[in-house]
Write a protein that binds this ligand. Structure first.
Ligand SMILES: [Zn+2]
Length: 469
């Protein structure tokens, strides 16, 4: 007797490398799970013909920003429009991320790791072990699954950076590092130092391409160095992104930009690293302000950008063109001798920063024969799902997996529809999702649910448990 499902997607090209599926098939979803795959003669309340489109496990972006100081609530809509069904905020602060998720959720599931930032979550640039343990416990109760070290923006001492990674490992928490310490800048040298400071512990090393901007040597040579470092450090899990722009805080205090990265980018463009330099750089279009337009952020320089930056009292996102093309492409596609990717995942560092380009730029690499569709799914869904400890339920379309699905028009490099836990997030390119769901540690569940956010629980120790997909 034919079954009735919630939704059936019919006749799409299903690409699910984890289960060895790459063929035209129907996919049925019920009660938030994948219920059937193949030629399905059942009926559904929503019967969708997706012939000619690719159907893949929902896109997981392992590096985004959805906090008040970086990204903002608009990031939820921007992720939904980009076909993403799960995203990890890589900075926090956790209370800002949960507040904005409750206000602006568009159906995308998120997780958050909280920053270890002097004057915000810790007292100094050299927090001790007890202080870090307390900060982690507090972050977890608020819903964060771990820690972020903001080296390139707000560096800690080498010793404290190592302690953060060590405490996270002992507590089974997620930990990510934007390379750089008080003694070493954000560069290939900073990246090498991060790998040393991990001392064999699990670590998510963020945006590898941002250490290979060609500031010390040719960008291509730096990318090769980065790949060699990662090959020697199997405990380190990594991602890179494909956009030309970076994302910085535009905030100035006491006459200077707060972030070291922002200061550097002003100097690189020939502007002084001061508030006046920032004004001149925005006016000239070198610094582009993330201006809200129709619910999404758009890069804007000149008078309009300056007005937005002033209206926000400088506390607004800005971007500079910082990433040369060659390392972005090379780090996205390079493989080791054993066939595994040199950099585990493709992410965006997007969210509210306008560069949610996994489909638009990532699938451009498919059209260049630089990635297969299976490669694309491994790097944008299976590998990040596994790093998050969600390999059983996300990153593939096996029966019983979460009904997270992204449907893509590959020829047009554009998402058409998406589902998170069986609920539509995107339909015909329009955002229809509502509310938020969040991956939280057990001790953060009660608080996050009290904000009206649904939860799924991350078991401590399940995350970053090994490389490869
Ligand atoms: Zn980031």
């Amino acid at each position: 007797m034919p079954q009735t499902y919630d939704t059936i997607l019919r006749r799409g090209l299903v690409v699910d490398p984890v289960n060895g599926v790459h063929r035209q098939a129907d996919v049925a979803m019920s009660d938030g799970r994948i219920a059937a795959i193949g030629e399905i003669d059942g009926t559904a309340r929503e019967d969708r013909d997706v012939a000619g489109l690719m159907v893949m496990p929902g896109i997981v972006d392992a590096h985004v920003h959805l906090s008040p100081w970086l990204g903002g609530g608009a990031g939820h809509r921007m992720l939904a429009l980009a076909g993403v069904t799960f995203a990890l905020d890589l900075a926090g602060p956790i209370d800002g991320v949960t507040r904005l998720a409750a206000e602006s959720g568009c159906g995308v599931t998120i997780g958050c790791i909280d920053y270890v930032r002097p004057g915000h979550t810790v007292g100094s640039e050299d927090p001790g072990e007890d202080e870090l343990r307390d900060a982690l416990a507090k972050a977890r109760r608020a819903g964060a699954i771990g820690f972020k070290i903001l080296g390139g923006h707000f560096p800690l001492t080498r010793e404290a950076s190592a302690r953060v990674i060590d405490v996270a490992a002992r507590e089974g928490a997620y930990v990510a590092f934007h390379s750089g310490t008080l003694s070493t800048p954000q560069s290939v040298a900073g990246m090498r130092e991060s790998c040393e400071l991990a001392a064999g512990n699990p670590l998510h090393l963020a945006h590898i391409n941002s250490y290979t901007r060609g500031l010390d040597a040719s960008a291509v040579i730096e990318a090769e160095e980065a790949i060699a470092i990662l090959a020697e450090t199997p405990n380190v899990w990594s991602e890179s992104y494909l956009a030309p722009i970076n994302g910085n805080s535009g905030k100035c205090a006491d006459g200077v930009p707060e972030s070291v990265a922002t200061q550097k980018n002003l100097k690189r463009g020939g502007f002084p690293a001061t508030t006046e330099g920032m004004v001149a750089a925005i006016s000239a279009g070198w610094a582009q302000v993330h201006v809200l337009q129709d619910g999404v952020h758009v890069l804007t320089g000149g008078e309009v950008g300056l007005t937005a930056w002033r209206a926000a009292e400088s506390n607004i996102g800005i971007s500079f063109e910082a990433n040369p093309p060659e390392p972005r492409i090379h780090l996205a596609t390079a493989k080791r001798a054993d066939g595994s990717f040199a950099v585990d995942a493709l992410a965006t560092d997007g969210g509210g920063i306008p560069r949610n380009d996994l489909i638009s730029r990532g699938l451009a690499l498919y059209h260049l024969d630089a990635l297969t569709l299976d490669d694309f799914v491994l790097k944008t869904s299976a590998a990040p799902a596994r790093a998050l400890g969600l390999a059983g339920r996300k990153g593939h379309l096996g029966i019983g997996a979460d009904a997270d699905v992204t449907v893509i028009d590959v020829a047009r490099l554009s998402p058409v529809e998406s589902y998170a836990h069986g609920r539509a997030v995107l339909r015909d390119g329009e955002v229809v999702g509502r509310g938020a769901r969040m991956l939280v540690p057990p001790e953060g569940r009660a608080h996050v649910e009290s904000l009206g956010i649904e939860t799924l629980v991350a078991e401590p120790g399940s995350m970053l448990s090994g490389r490869g997909a």
